[in-house]
Design a protein around this ligand. Structure first.
Ligand SMILES: NC(=O)c1ccc[n+]([C@@H]2O[C@H](COP(=O)([O-])OP(=O)(O)OC[C@H]3O[C@@H](n4cnc5c(N)ncnc54)[C@H](O)[C@@H]3O)[C@@H](O)[C@H]2O)c1
Ligand SMILES: O=P(O)(O)OC[C@@H](O)[C@@H](O)[C@H](O)[C@H](O)CO
Length: 378
């Protein structure tokens, strides 16, 4: 019998990574999205292409998919979830609460004797599936028996390219890491993913290297007028800041997880090479998107800076990157606009708590307040 995966969020990662990997593993796909234009565009074609760029580039064709608009046709999305083998999502961590009710209704409608539904969030967030699970099971804990919830880490740089309709341009690298524990003896057959006993080191290494370095390049690159992430890495000041920030997170990751220093440095170098890929049309605006989220407590700057401070280790470059993020005044980004308003209205301590969740007395609180004060003074 054909296996079916319902994927929420038919954006860059949905089409160019998770959907592709599941399709190549033999799954028929149902993309669930709220963007009517995108849903119609997907339903208007039989195939779409994922075009890799880079030294090992190949072009993949995705087949056997349809799309459903869960905003206007929720019943269709619910029915798809009820009958699916796997549900994945890549909608943005802040959107998990909005897709949860659809998945909850799908689980309610699912036959009692059906195999458990595998649910995996594929967001840039620590334990994103646990967050999604808590929203799904809120008020309906008995549904836990109908599902397996597994956390994952996803890594593939996919810029936003809409010019070619539903085709996607992606880097040739990808890594999808899934925790094994929730599956017991039998993990799903997804050749493009790998299963690990402990996801912690993988997700933190990824977020605090790829995403910390990326965001550092974006905010410094934006401040210095660089038009692309690749160009930003060519700017000596940006490169110095990225290298320094990743030097700091490296010390934390090595201390926390015992990574081999040379192997970890190779991972860092590889991340920087990926940012530099001149064929990836990626911008400081995409990488810097939603600065309030990126300045969150468990996100790419504050979490490692906090943990380094707690260990008495250096974290100055991360604090400078926090300053660059606070100065990100892109009028096209609603979170950046609001942040600029708050900088004018709130005290440094109020802004620090509202954005980072750090409160007076917390490690790092006073240092972030000092950075905010500096930014407010111009
Ligand atoms: N692009 C990358 O390089 C990359 C790499 C790794 C991880 N990620 C993560 O993957 C997630 C998605 O990123 P992206 O770049 O694909 O973003 P994107 O904006 O291209 O795609 C997100 C999609 O989710 C849809 N969506 C929004 N609300 C929805 C809802 N309620 N129901 C269903 N769909 C909804 C949007 O319409 C959009 O099509 C984010 O968490 C991001 O951090 C992105
Ligand atoms: O998706 P965000 O906004 O959390 O971060 C922007 C980029 O750093 C991110 O999308 C990377 O391209 C991706 O995480 C690489 O795997």
């Amino acid at each position: 019998m054909t296996k079916v995966a319902v994927h929420f969020g038919a954006g860059n990662i949905g089409r160019g990574f998770v959907g592709l990997v599941l399709n190549e593993a033999g799954y028929d796909l149902v993309f669930s999205d709220v963007n009517a234009e995108l849903v119609d565009a997907l339903n208007a074609v039989d195939t779409y292409e994922v075009r890799e760029v880079g030294a090992q580039a190949r072009t993949h064709t995705v087949r056997n998919f349809r799309a459903v608009n869960s905003a206007t046709n929720e019943a269709d999305a619910v029915a798809a979830v009820a009958g699916a083998d796997v549900v994945t999502c890549a909608v943005g961590a802040g959107v998990l609460k909005f897709i949860a009710p659809v998945i909850r209704k799908g689980l309610e409608a699912r036959a009692a004797d059906a195999p458990k539904l595998i649910v995996m969030a594929c967001e840039n967030a620590i334990n994103g599936t646990d967050t999604l699970r808590d929203f799904i099971l809120d008020g309906a804990p008995e549904l836990a028996e109908k599902a397996i919830f597994a956390n994952t880490a996803v890594d593939r740089i996919i810029p936003a390219v809409h010019a070619d309709g539903v085709d996607v341009v992606v880097e040739d690298f990808y890594e999808w890491t899934i925790e094994r524990g929730p599956f017991g003896d039998e993990v799903p057959d997804i050749p493009g993913a790998h299963f690990v006993d402990d996801l912690g080191p993988y997700i933190e290494r990824k977020l605090f290297t790829v995403n910390t370095g990326h965001a550092t390049a974006a905010y410094w690159g934006y401040a210095l007028g660089e038009p692309s992430i690749a160009a930003a890495l060519g700017n000596p000041k940006v490169r110095e800041e990225v290298t320094a920030a990743l030097g700091e997170t490296s010390e934390l990751l090595i201390a926390e997880y015992g990574f081999n220093r040379d192997e970890h440095q190779a991972y860092v170098n590889r991340a920087i090479e990926r940012f530099e890929n001149p064929e990836l049309p990626d911008t400081p605006e995409r990488i810097g998107r939603q600065p309030q989220r990126k300045l969150g407590r468990h996100e790419r700057f504050i979490q490692p800076a906090h943990d380094l401070a707690a260990r008495g280790l250096e974290h100055d470059a991360l604090l400078r990157a926090v300053g660059a993020a606070l100065r990100y005044d892109n009028v096209d980004d609603p979170q950046a606009v609001e942040l600029q308003e708050w900088l004018g209205e709130l005290s440094a301590a109020e802004l620090t708590t509202r954005v980072t969740g750090l409160v007076d007395g917390d490690t790092l609180h006073d240092e972030v307040v000092a950075v905010v004060e500096q930014v407010q003074q111009g």
